[in-house]
Unconditional design. Structure first.
Length: 346
């Protein structure tokens, strides 16, 4: 019973989803679920999101997309965009999963698998708009589209979407990327394609750059209450998860010892942060292998709850604030927590 717990608020998750949908309307939310829903646990999150009306889910890889499909009771759409094996592609097509395609080689394999199964693959073609994260270069785009259109006319493929990733290095670079993207969409239409789904933006650009949004907006971290590193707070959004641990003893100096340490996924470099206690914020003095030491307070005793990170209700900092301290992003703080940290869905 002394195991640390990641306490997850279903109500806050739904509140965040609603806030995101209001912000990006009329664009449709694609809720991204990678890394086991950013360390929160995938199954409950899929079920709650579907109940809240989310119609699109992003699985990144086909394995995650299949887990999403198993958790769904309805016809919601799912996109997997990681380049995958032929066997994985076959599973995706048999379970009604859309595929993101960013290379000629992958396109040809998807067409071949779809033909062997007698299936029609729904695909979203990816153009590289400058990030160099997969995607077909503009100079090769017309040939890529032509190959897809031949397969579409032959009945083995349905070209339903065009998409890309933004670098988000500067507004000017993102504006240039949008022009490349729109030119790619126009090339598809000139080739006789009719993509219904256009998606260029992920969390940050979807939130702050409405002029860049397409018909879909791929948003993950914000729905879980994880703001961008070095970014401002998000109106209507709060962290879904609070990492808690109970005091197991006090040491000779009167400081509180917690049963969570670096072996549990808490980076030892976070020593010096403020955590939340019944007496307000206190310094986390040290993070050892399996325990941590927090500056004591009057009347501290075994069983007292401590919030290591969360929405700040007890004076603790958010996961993103901790991440900024060590030069990373908030989702890394959550996803590195080990299974010894219980996930408690509230």
């Amino acid at each position: 019973m002394n195991r640390p717990s990641l306490q997850i608020s279903r109500a806050q998750f739904r509140t965040n989803i609603a806030a995101v949908e209001r912000r990006i309307a009329p664009s449709t939310l694609m809720l991204v679920m990678k890394d086991d829903a950013y360390g929160h646990g995938l199954t409950w999150a899929v079920e709650d999101a579907a109940d809240a009306g989310v119609a699109w889910f992003g699985g990144y890889d086909i394995g995650t997309a299949l887990r999403i499909r198993r958790a769904l009771a309805g016809p919601q759409r799912i996109l997997a965009w990681a380049t995958s094996t032929d066997d994985e592609v076959a599973e995706a097509l048999l379970h009604d999963i859309d595929l993101g395609i960013g290379t000629h080689e992958y396109l040809r394999r998807v067409i071949a698998v779809a033909g062997s199964l007698g299936q029609r693959a729904r695909v979203h073609l990816k153009i590289d708009t400058g990030l160099r994260r997969n995607g077909v270069l503009p100079a090769e785009w017309n040939a890529f589209v032509a190959e897809a259109r031949v397969a579409e006319d032959a009945g083995s493929l349905e070209l339903v979407g065009v998409w890309s990733h933004l670098a988000e290095a500067s507004d000017a670079e993102d504006d240039e990327a949008q022009q490349v993207f729109l030119a790619g969409v126009e090339a598809v239409r000139r080739a006789g394609g009719a993509p219904e789904l256009l998606h260029l933006t992920a969390s940050a650009a979807s939130w702050w750059r409405p002029e860049l949004r397409g018909s879909l907006s791929r948003i993950g971290a914000f729905c879980y209450g994880i703001r961008s590193a070095d970014g401002p707070e998000l109106e209507g959004i709060r962290p879904v998860a609070t990492l808690t641990a109970s005091v197991v003893r006090t040491d000779d100096d009167g400081d509180a010892v917690l049963p969570i340490g670096s072996f549990d996924g808490l980076p030892s470099t976070l020593a010096g942060i403020e955590v939340g206690t019944p007496a307000g914020p206190r310094i986390l003095r040290r993070i050892d292998a399996t325990t941590s030491v927090v500056a004591g307070w009057p009347g501290v005793q075994s069983g007292d709850p401590v919030s290591v990170f969360g929405p700040g209700d007890q004076g603790e900092q958010s996961a993103t604030t901790l991440a900024e301290r060590i030069g990373t992003v908030g989702e890394e703080i959550l996803t590195r927590l080990t299974p010894r940290v219980r996930r408690t869905i509230i």
